[in-house]
Design a protein around this ligand. Sequence first.
Ligand code: ADP
Ligand code: MG
Length: 702
Amino acid sequence: MSDTIKDVTRLFGSNVFSEAVMRERLPKNVFKVFKQVLAGETELDRSVADVIANAMKDWAIEKGATHFCHWFQPMTGSTAEKHDAFISPTSDGRTIMEFSGKELTQGEPDASSFPSGGLRATFEARGYTAWDCTSAVFVKEDGKNITLYIPSAFCSYTGEALDKKTPLLRSMDALNKQVIRVLRACGNTTSKTASATLGAEQEYFLIDKKFYEKRLDLMLTGRTLFGAASPRGQELDDHYFGTLQERVASFMHELNTELWRLGVSAKTQHNEVAPAQYELAPVFATVNIGTDANQLVMETMQKVALRHGLVCLLHEKPFAGVNGSGKHNNWSITTDDGINLLDPGMTPHDNMIFLIMLCSVIKAVDKYAKLLRASVANVGNEHRLGANEAPPAIVSIFLGDQLTDILEQLVSGAAKSSKQGGQLKLGVSTLPPLPKDSTDRNRTSPFAFTGNKFEFRMVGSTQSTSGPMFVLNTIVAEILCEVADELEKASDVKKAAEKILTKIAKEHKRILFNGDNYTDEWVKEAEKRGLPNIRSTVESLETIMDAENVALFKKHKILSKQELHARTDILLEVYSTVIGIEAKTALSMIKRQIMPVVANYSGRLAQAVQAISSTIVSAEAQTAMLEEVCELIGALSKKAVDIEAALAKADGMDDTKKLARCCRDDLVPAVAAAREVVDKLETVVDADLWPLPTYAEMLFIK
Ligand code: ADP
Ligand code: MG
C-alpha cells in the first residue's frame, strides 16, 4: 500500500471527479450549464444530468469502479451508502455498463431503518437521496471494491430532512442571503455570494489492536468503562508535539496519501497532549465540503489504523484522567471574490464590515449560547465539557487584547485606534526579529477568535460538524438579518452602523472572557454575568425546543418545528441507547471477567493465609490483603445489583425524556460507582491475573 509518493501534486485529488476533470471530459456547453447550476443560477435538467452521469461513469470505470452509491449522512452521525453496479444486462445475455442522470441525481433508499424521530412510521419506507453537486463525486477503494461515491442529502417521502447535510445546506443559503444584504447596504457591489468556511481539526487516539480486542468496553462503547490511572499519565507534558513514533508516522503517511487521493487536504499532523493522542487538520473549505471531508477523515483513520495493527479511537473520552478528544471547528465567512469577512486587516477599528461581522457573531453567540451548547451535546462530550482540560460547558468568547480594546472603545462610541503587535527581539544576534501578533492565544476558550476566524472548540471528536455548523450559520444569519434591516433603511449607513456596534458592544460584552476558562473563579464570574452553565447532555438537549429556537429555524427555513422536534428526540434516544449499552457492557465485564478473576485471587490469598498460619510466621500481611480484596468483592457485587436494578427501571420506560433522565440519574451513577470499586481492585489484584489491558499498557506500548 505504502509506496513512496513521488509527486503529491499528481496524487492529490486523483480519485475526484473535480472541476478540472469535468472541464476536460464534458462538452463545453454542458460544463457551462453545470457551472451555472453550481452558482445557483439554474436547475440541473435531465438531459444535462445524463451527459454528466455518462462522463462520470466512464471516468470511474477507468479507475476500476464497478459500482456507484449515494453517500449520505443520516441522523446516526456517521455515513450511509448502498452500492449498485453499473451493469445493465442485455437481451443477448451480456451486459453493458450504464449510469443515468436520474441515478446520479436521485436515489430511493429504504428509509425505514434510519432514525427519523417519528417523522415517518416504519411502514412508510420511502426516502430520497439527492445529489449535492457542490461536493465533488469521488472514487473510493475499500479492499478490492471500487465504488463511485455521490455526496447526497437525504429526506423523507414528504420532503422532511432526515439527515445532517440538508439543514447545513439550508443554513449556508440563509447565511449567504443575509451577508450579501449587509455587504450591499455597506456599499459592496462586487461580491456575489458568501460562504461559511470550515477547517475541522480532528483529535484521536491510536492504541495497539491486541489491547483493543481484549476490551469489550472499547469494542462496544468506544471508551474504557474501567481502568485505574496509569502511574504516569500526561504530567511530563512530553507528548504534545513530541517526536512521532515510527509506526504512528507510517500510519500518518498512509492516511495522508489516502486522503489526498480523495481530494481531502490533510495538512497538519502532530502528537496531542495525552499519551497515544494525535491530531490531523486539513486546509479549510466551504463548510459542507469541509463536513464531508471530515467524515472521510474519520473513516479513513479507522481503516488505515487497522493496517498498522492499530485501532483509532474517536471517542471524546476513551480514557479517564487524561485529555479527551475534540474537534475544533475553525469557521469564517468568505465571499466569492476572496474576501475573508473576519479578517481584521491592519486597522480593524476602521474596518466597518469586519466590525459588523465580528459584533454580529458576538451577539449571536451570546443570545443563542444555549443552542450552541446543545449543538455539541452528546454522551461522549459530557465527559469532556466542564472537565478540567476541555472548554467548559459555559459558552464564552475570547477576542484577545486588540479586539477587546476595540470593543471597549465601541461601548463608548466609535472605535478610534487599533493596538499593534510590534516586533519581538530574541536577544540572539543570529535569530531574526519576529513580527509579533497583536494578540496572544488562549487555549481554554470554547469560542476563540484566532486571527481571521473563530475556533469553536466545544465540538466532540465523534460528532458530525454539520450540527454545530448549521447552528452557527443560522444564528449569525439571524443577527445579520437584524443588522441589514437597520442599515437598509438608514440614510447615513456609517452612523447607523456605529450605533448598532455600540449597542451590541454594550449589551453583549458579558460573553467576552480572555482569562483561564478552566478555573472555578470563571464559573462563579460567569454565573454573576448570567451566562448559562449547562453541564448535562439531557438538560442541554431539552433546551432545543425553546420557542425562540423554533422561531429562528422556521424564519430562516432551516428546520420546521416538526423536523426540529424529531431531531431532538433522536438525540435524546441516542443518549439513552448509549448509556444503556455502556451499563450492559459494564455489567457483563464485571460478572464474566472481573468477578471470576478476583474470586479466584481471593481463594489463592485464603490458601496462602491458611498455609502460613500453620507455620511459626505471622500471616498478618496476607490476611490484610485478603480482607481488602474480600471487602471490595462484596462492594462490587452490590454495585452490580444496583446496575441491574437501574437497567430494569429504564427498561420499563417509553417516554423519551423520562428515559433519558432515568439514564442520567440512575444508570450513569450506578456504572460510575461500580467503576470506582473495579479500579481499586485493579490496583491490588495480581497483575498476571487481571483480565483487562491496563491504562499504562494501552497508552504507552507503541
Ligand atoms: P491550531 O494552532 O489551532 O491547532 P491548526 O493549524 O491545527 O491550528 O488548524 C487551524 C485550522 O483552521 C486549519 O484547518 C485551517 O485550514 C483552518 N482555517 C484557517 N483559516 C480559516 C478560515 N478562514 N476559515 C475556516 N478555517 C480556517
Ligand atoms: Mg491544531
